[in-house]
Design a binder for this molecule. Structure first.
Ligand code: NAX
Length: 327
């Protein structure tokens, strides 16, 4: 057995955590030989639920679980963390303006960024899932100033999985036979799902899938609105599919993959996206928590207005979030 890895999960009393934690402890992320020290963080009001989650994890008798600790203390939660999975965020409430949501979360991710900077291992890898995920990651990156920005990513894999699965269903093939479907930009309904680089069976997607009317009226809005459609049907937001996407993201980032995967990462100037913005790009993961933005998949001119829209939204989010934090 290897040295235990300390994994901190925030929002651990929530519904994605409830689906994700069993998958983590079954070895689906870091493999079946990697022991895990689990630290669970949530807010004070959720501590009783968190205690129940901890009891259930103990009752699972997972061989990989070496220890488990829960807390509502942010500093304590990140001590010596190897990996931080940040699910906890302030939810949008009825009548709440988006600006207020951004600012409430900016305060949370500032505090967590500072705590990670102070207490986590220097090699820590951080995955932000809590919404608004791109801007929360940007805030965290700003305040975890000693941590390399390439150690911080946010989740757009659920959007990529949704888009890939949609195309596979149209083609009547398995999702693993469809590659290079990308989702660019913000994890919001301005995201740009793009299939022009898609391949199946070693060749490009059929022309009928690249028809602009189909893209505008069916493919793009279905993927952009998929989260809302799940809420409408289930009366709860996506949790099972989100947990699967978290597993996919972390496993590929740590173990590596031959596929090109979507991750929200700090823009380095690739594709003309302003440096410092957290944006969903096609990435290649080498394993051990390293990745590169893959530069060979430009969107076609059809995508330009979509990219402009999502860029504009991210710039506005950045300004609104930081307005609450910086003098
Ligand atoms: P839940 O509302 O079930 O759970 C969230 C948990 O976070 C709650 O237990 C809450 O008490 C806790 N929390 C709130 N503030 C906290 C803080 N400051 N510190 C620690 N914990 C805190 O939400 P769930 O369905 O589990 O979703 C978690 C987050 O993922 C939400 O923000 C959601 O919007 C976001 N999502 C992001 C996705 C993505 O692709 N990036 C997709 C799925 C999901 O919608």
């Amino acid at each position: 057995m290897e040295t235990p890895m300390r994994v901190t999960v925030t929002g651990a009393a929530g519904q994605i955590a409830y689906c994700f934690l069993p998958l983590l402890l079954r070895g689906e992320v870091f493999g079946s030989r990697q022991p895990i020290e689990l630290v669970l963080l949530d807010v004070e009001e959720a501590l009783s639920t968190l205690r129940g989650v901890m009891m259930e994890l103990e009752d699972g008798a997972y061989p990989l679980l070496t220890s488990i600790h829960y807390t509502n203390n942010v500093s304590e939660a990140f001590v010596e963390s190897d990996v931080a999975v940040l699910l906890g965020a302030f939810p949008r409430k009825l009548g709440m303006e988006r600006r207020d949501l951004l600012q409430k979360n900016a305060v949370i991710f500032k505090e967590q960024g500072e705590a990670i900077n102070k207490h986590a291992k220097r090699s820590v890898r951080i995955l932000v899932i809590g919404n608004p995920a791109n801007t929360n990651a940007a805030v965290l990156a700003h305040f975890a100033s000693d941590i390399d920005k390439k150690q911080i990513t946010a989740l757009s894999r659920l959007d990529q999985n949704r888009a890939t699965s949609f195309i596979a269903k149209k083609l009547k093939v398995s999702p693993e036979d469809v590659k290079n479907i990308f989702v660019w930009g913000n994890h919001s309904n301005t995201q740009y799902p793009d299939l022009f680089n898609g391949v199946t069976d070693g060749g490009p997607l059929p022309d009928w899938l690249q028809d602009e009317t189909f893209l505008r009226n069916e493919f793009i809005p279905t993927i952009q609105e998929r989260g809302a459609a799940v809420i409408k049907a289930r009366k709860l937001s996506s949790a099972m599919s989100a947990a699967k996407a978290v597993v996919d993201h972390l496993r590929d980032w740590f173990i590596g993959t031959q596929d090109i995967v979507n991750m929200i990462v700090c823009a380095d100037g690739s594709y003309g996206i302003k440096k410092g913005i957290f944006f969903s790009f096609p990435c290649y993961c080498y394993g051990n928590g390293s990745f590169e933005i893959v530069p060979h998949f430009p969107w076609t001119p059809f995508g330009d207005p979509y990219i402009e829209k999502t860029k504009k939204e991210l710039n506005a989010e950045w300004e609104q979030a930081f307005a609450a934090l910086l003098p």
